[in-house]
Ligand binder design. Structure first.
Ligand code: HEC
Length: 142
């Protein structure tokens, strides 16, 4: 009998840790980031952007830090470093929040950072910024 109780407790514990590991960022998620100034939010140069290069930047190459460290492998805002941040990194996988975030808005924030949050201005060329936006919008957002 005791054994069964121990097993049940273990199973509940395992389920709990597994679900919290996969739950990622909240959805809908509040946004601390300000709106990009007029005009820029409507910009979209992802048409000819290179998504494969965007993935490389996201996962590894972006400076000063790869996006994956905070925004997580699947974009759920659950990267290792993100856990300690307030507000939490954007959850790109959350459609309810991302419906208000245009490609141009992303461009502005990646380039300039978001004051009062852990999102620093990224040292990327404009072309690289559009590459990473294309990767996020096509492969991580849904
Ligand atoms: C050190 C952690 C960290 C890193 C690294 C990081 N971000 Fe962020 N990011 C954040 C935080 C925190 C926010 C702000 C969340 C909020 O507005 O509440 C944010 C916000 C954003 C937003 C703003 C979306 C909006 O709501 O307007 C975009 C886009 C974004 N990040 C893209 C990127 C990309 C692309 C990279 C890599 C090139 C990257 N981030 C790297 C932490 C990070």
């Amino acid at each position: 009998m005791k054994k069964i109780i121990v097993l049940v407790i273990l199973a509940v514990f395992a389920l709990f840790t597994a679900s919290s590991a996969f739950a990622g960022g909240k959805c809908p998620q509040p946004r601390k980031t300000k709106k990009a100034p007029g005009g820029i939010a409507g910009k979209d140069n992802t048409g000819k952007a290179d998504k494969a290069n965007g993935k490389k930047l996201y996962d590894k190459k972006a400076k000063p830090m790869a996006c994956v460290m905070c925004h997580g492998k699947t974009g759920a805002g659950d990267g290792k470093l993100g856990a300690a941040l307030k507000p939490k990194p954007r959850n790109f996988a959350c459609a309810a929040t991302m419906k208000d975030v245009s490609a141009g808005q992303m461009y502005y924030i990646i380039k300039n950072g978001s004051k009062g949050t852990g999102m620093a201005p990224m040292k990327l060329k404009d072309k690289e910024i559009w590459d990473v936006i294309k990767y996020i919008r096509e492969d991580l957002m849904h």
